[in-house]
Design a protein. Structure first.
Lengths: 334, 234
């Protein structure tokens, strides 16, 4: 288990990360989602032991670890815009294997296997200036997988990849995980990527783990065909409620309800919103700049973002009644 | 013009005549230059690495010192070293004054800040992701430094040639602590100065040409070691 405990990290005097606990359990698939600048890359660099947290600890299997020692060989990071060393792709992939003391035969075996897995066998004798950005990204993942880490950290691994390359990458990761226990922690600003791929999605905002995004996302099964006369409008079961969405997709999907698109009231509103749910406030989380995250149990747990003034005007209190309304077209489908 | 042409003719004749004194001076210069470059770069390049990659108290001040030392007049280095090595100086017991060893020490003092400052700049020019990538693939401190050095190889080779160039071209310190003693501490630069002042322009020019040849040879050797020098291919 790789974890951050009580971490506060600063650049100059600015706090860029403030996390009480973040865990990557063995064999897990964790995704960190958040907008650019939310602290995802910093979080990964701390987990990769490339930076020491200003405060707090990085632990591996319960023991506090630093950049030195054998711990680093168990955790490998592929950066968002990876670089290759001077030399061929093969030499790059052999880099970590040489450090491990592997012989030529073993290095060839590993390199050929991993290159095959990621579909880069044809690139093995090329040099970095002969590769596209997407190819560099795949080679970097291959180079990291070659050293067989216990934890693989990936920062926006498909940012330079087309759809086919992204599929190859995720298939390769799945095959590697099927072969041996490998925990993967991936940072992405794309919710779709995170939810399609990870078992556990955590949201990061302004350097803090935010409860908002994961709770407003749901795995669902979209039915074929919409309601009569309403092309594209579908009603989907989410927990104990039925959510109206507009989509042409069918089958397994992820629904996201953006917290800022939810209208909060005490009584049901006469409006165009197709989704109106009554429930009770379970939590009021006051954020900076007068913003409040209102969590309510309306059959499932949803989070809405409103102002402190609105909270006061509506008289919202934990346990009190509340109505959440949002349009079918506001629901995002991945 | 005749004077110049005569000088070149005499210089070429001396070069091909296997004159023992000329070649003795050239060999001593080469020995001093290589040894001083080796020591200065052996100490200065790691120091440059540390200045570029480590954060420690006084780092900025140390960088300022080495950058300032780049412009240190060689004759002043010679003067300070003279004070240290003279019979009444703190290092007088070594009895190195007016020996080739004293010239080496002076040259090391001259070339060390050059090696440190230029190596620091070379390492700072390497993409920081190279270092992070090496570390995350399990490289320790030395292997990481080696990986960064490989990426900066052209710049580091330039550090070595620059240091060597300064060392073999230096005259102030060599004259002050070496004494320009025939057969013992006479280097190419001190000999050029001497023969020019004596009016033997041809001999001075011959020695100057040998100096240029030495610099050329060292550059060619370094380029051969680097592989495909100058081509911007990784």
């Amino acid at each position: 288990m790789l974890e951050l405990v009580g971490v506060v990290h600063r650049y100059e005097r600015r706090v860029v990360l403030d996390i009480e606990r973040f865990q990557v359990p063995p064999g897990s698939r964790v995704a960190i989602v958040g907008p650019n600048g939310s602290g995802k890359s910093t979080l990964l660099r701390l987990l990769a032991l490339l930076e020491r947290p200003t405060q707090g600890e990085v632990r591996l299997d319960g023991a506090v670890v630093t950049g030195s020692g054998s711990a680093r060989r168990r955790v490998t990071l592929v950066e968002q815009r990876p670089v290759l060393f001077r030399g061929t792709v093969r030499e790059n992939m052999e880099f970590g294997l040489r450090l491990r003391g592997d012989g030529r035969t073993e290095m060839n075996r590993v390199v050929d296997n991993v290159a095959g897995l990621l579909g880069i066998t044809a690139l093995l004798e090329r040099r970095r200036h002969e590769l596209s950005d997407g190819e560099v990204q795949r080679v970097a993942v291959a180079r990291a997988l070659a050293v067989e880490p216990d934890v693989l950290l990936l920062d926006e691994p498909t940012s330079s990849a087309d759809r086919a390359a992204a599929q190859t990458l995720y298939r390769a990761l799945a095959e590697e995980r099927a072969r041996r226990p490998l925990a993967i922690c991936l940072a992405s600003h794309q919710l779709e990527e995170a939810y399609r791929w990870a078992d556990d999605v955590r949201a990061l905002a302004d350097g803090k783990l935010a409860p908002v995004t994961p709770e407003t996302l749901f795995r669902v099964e979209l039915p074929a065909g919409g309601a009569a006369g309403d092309a594209g409008l579908k009603h989907v079961c989410v927990g104990s409620i039925e959510v109206a969405v507009t989509t042409d997709k069918t089958g397994p999907a992820i629904l996201a309800v953006p917290p800022t698109d939810i209208f909060v009231s005490r009584e049901p509103l006469a409006s165009s919103a197709r989704n109106v749910f009554s429930g009770r406030v379970t939590r009021l989380a006051h954020q900076r700049a007068g913003v409040v995250h209102v969590t309510a149990d309306v059959g499932v747990e949803l989070v809405a973002v409103i102002t402190e003034e609105a909270v006061r005007d509506l008289g919202l209190v934990p346990g009190g009644p509340v109505v959440f309304s949002f349009k079918a077209s506001a629901v995002r489908v991945f | 013009m005749d004077f110049l042409a005569e000088g070149f003719r005499r210089a070429l004749a001396l070069l091909f005549s296997a004159d023992a004194e000329v070649y003795g001076i050239a060999l001593l210069t080469l020995k001093i230059g290589l040894l001083a470059t080796l020591v200065a770069c052996g100490l200065g390049i790691p120091a440059g690495f540390a200045l570029a990659t480590k954060s420690f108290w006084g780092r900025r001040a140390a960088l300022t010192v080495v950058n300032t030392a780049l412009a240190f007049p060689t004759v002043v280095i010679g003067l300070l070293l003279y004070g240290l090595l003279s019979r009444r100086g703190p290092l007088g017991g070594l009895e190195w004054l007016y020996t080739w060893q004293a010239i080496v020490v002076g040259d090391v003092l001259l070339a060390f800040p050059i090696a440190a400052a230029l190596a620091a700049a070379a390492v700072q020019g390497v993409d920081p992701r190279i270092r992070r990538t090496a570390e995350t693939l399990g490289a320790g401190r030395w292997r990481t430094a080696w990986t960064v050095a490989r990426e900066a190889r052209f710049a580091l080779a330039a550090v070595i040639t620059t240091a060597f160039g300064h060392v073999v071209a230096e005259i102030g310190s060599a004259m002050t602590v070496g004494g320009n003693i025939r057969g013992q501490t006479r280097t190419l630069t001190t000999a050029v100065a001497l023969y020019t002042s004596q009016g033997d322009f041809g001999l001075a020019l011959a020695l100057g040409l040998i100096l240029l040849l030495l610099a050329l040879l060292v550059n060619v050797a370094l380029q051969a070691l680097q592989g495909r020098g100058g081509v911007h291919h990784a």
